[in-house]
Design a protein around this ligand. Structure first.
Ligand code: GLU
Length: 295
């Protein structure tokens, strides 16, 4: 049997230090790649300047190193990739898929029905023929996306109904997460995207964009997300405690246990952890994620 080509990635937003929630995505994506003899790349998602906390990209890289992560190739920074995002956008403009929009966030919130990920864009500016100078949106035809997540199973979403025409370039000149991540993953040749299930609602939009740009669709595995004591997602916004670079092993063991395999008795050093974790990683052991239908 020929092994499948595997290129994975971890793509943290430098909006704070790495915490337990992001460690789960880092570890899961890395182990799934290594267990399939694949590559694992690192991308710093600093496309959105207001979200970037100075120094956190370096602190994330330091923590990953201290924890024994090894990545392939150079680290990609989204802040240096505007030209690639522009080129992809131009292709969509040439294909007549893009229109300008001057709706304010307030208007959208007041008018938009709420879909899987916030207000659904009601198409207000679609036929107005505005200049392509403010926010730019992708015009969607009737678009039902179906994909098989390696953990959640079949996921279906009517993107036009659940999200509406979504933004590619914001009015402040910042490329949207959906646009940047789709272009980056395709240009890097990512074959498998392993990330937190909090991003499951974004995946159908990224698949729509892949189709519009003629990119292949990678395989997806959305991992369960760690919750804090109140049942909320553990994130930098909820100020989850940063990981301590001097004490990688307890956090790695905790993350491995969360992902379904307990190495606490067998791995007493960092190198033993990595060796055993790569051997024992099994998608089948992951805690279940229920399949989702989005509309
Ligand atoms: N930058 C995103 C985050 O930190 C992850 C994006 C992705 O994996 O697609 O939540």
């Amino acid at each position: 049997m020929t092994p499948t080509f595997y290129r994975g990635r971890f793509a943290p937003t430098p909006s704070g230090a790495l915490h337990f929630g992001s460690l789960i995505a880092a570890l899961g994506s890395c182990l799934d790649a290594r267990a399939h003899a694949g590559e694992w790349h690192l991308r710093i998602e600093d496309v959105d300047p207001p979200r970037v906390v100075p120094g956190s990209a370096d602190s994330i890289l330091r923590t990953l190193e201290a924890f024994g992560f090894e990545w392939d190739g150079p680290v990609v920074y989204q802040s240096r990739r505007a030209e690639a995002y522009r080129a992809a956008l131009e292709r969509l403009i040439d294909a007549d898929r893009v229109y300008g929009c001057d709706c304010t966030r307030k208007v959208l919130k007041a008018r938009g029905r709420v879909g899987v990920d916030g207000p659904v864009y009601p198409g207000t500016c679609r036929a107005r023929g505005l200049a392509l100078s403010g926010a730019l949106r992708l015009g969607l035809a009737d678009t039902r996306v179906v994909f098989d997540d390696l953990l959640a199973g079949r996921v279906a979403c009517d993107v036009a109904r659940e999200c509406g025409d979504f933004v590619l370039l914001r009015a402040d000149g910042v490329y949207s997460y959906q646009h940047a991540v789709t272009v980056d993953d395709a240009e890097l040749g990512v074959s498998h995207i392993v990330r937190g299930a909090d991003l499951l609602a974004s995946t159908p939009r990224q698949i729509v964009l892949q189709q519009a740009l003629g990119y292949p669709t990678p395989r997806y595995l959305h991992l369960p997300v760690a919750l804090n004591a109140d049942g909320g997602k553990l994130s930098k916004q909820t100020l989850a405690a940063p990981l301590r670079d001097a004490e990688p092993l307890p956090a790695l063991l905790g993350a491995a246990a969360f992902l379904g395999f307990d190495l606490a008795r067998d791995a007493d050093t960092l190198s033993a952890f990595w060796q055993l974790a790569t051997q024992r990683w099994q998608r089948e052991k992951l805690p279940p994620l229920r399949g989702k239908r989005f509309g």
